[in-house]
Design a protein around this ligand. Structure first.
Ligand SMILES: [Zn+2]
Length: 154
């Protein structure tokens, strides 16, 4: 199984290109990249980047195929933007600055079903697009583009 332990600068640079990689360095390991979250079971990182024109929700995932999948709410219509690259590179530099969803002690396992339901409702009200995870149609976040290396190679 591929884990983030086998991710390298070279791998990221190959996927995003030299130019984007260089631009990403402005954000790497800085305060512009916050809410750093690791979901290790899916090899996925998420974060918020304070960009030039606003705050962007960014994600970076190392797929089992060895490809990288990124998404970002920034206006750059690029396959792999500098914000997503910065997220991955920052993880390589400072993994300890990411909050691990699989950390110990577990944050969800100790809650009752009722508490979990209340938490879910609060989260859905805050992020209505998460209703799509429950199979409710019509709440898709259309601004978010999922990008995948495979798409580009086709
Ligand atoms: Zn971006």
């Amino acid at each position: 199984m591929l884990t983030l332990n086998t991710l390298t600068d070279t791998k990221i640079k190959k996927a995003c290109g030299d130019v984007i990689f260089e631009r990403a360095l402005d954000y790497v390991s800085t305060g512009f990249l916050r809410n750093r979250l690791l979901y290790s079971r899916a090899n996925k990182l998420t974060g918020i980047v304070e960009g030039n024109y606003g705050n962007y929700q960014t994600s970076f995932q190392y797929l089992q195929t060895g490809n990288l999948r990124t998404s970002c709410s920034c206006p750059a219509e690029m396959y792999f933007c500098k914000h997503a690259a910065a997220l991955g590179i920052t993880y390589l530099r400072e993994p300890e600055t990411f909050f691990d969803m699989n950390s110990q002690p577990p944050i969800l396992e100790q809650k009752s079903q009722k508490e979990l339901q209340n938490l879910l409702i609060q989260m859905i009200v805050k992020h209505p697009d998460s209703l799509t995870l429950l199979g409710i149609p019509g709440f898709e976040d259309e601004e978010e583009d999922e990008n995948d290396e495979d798409d580009r190679q086709r």
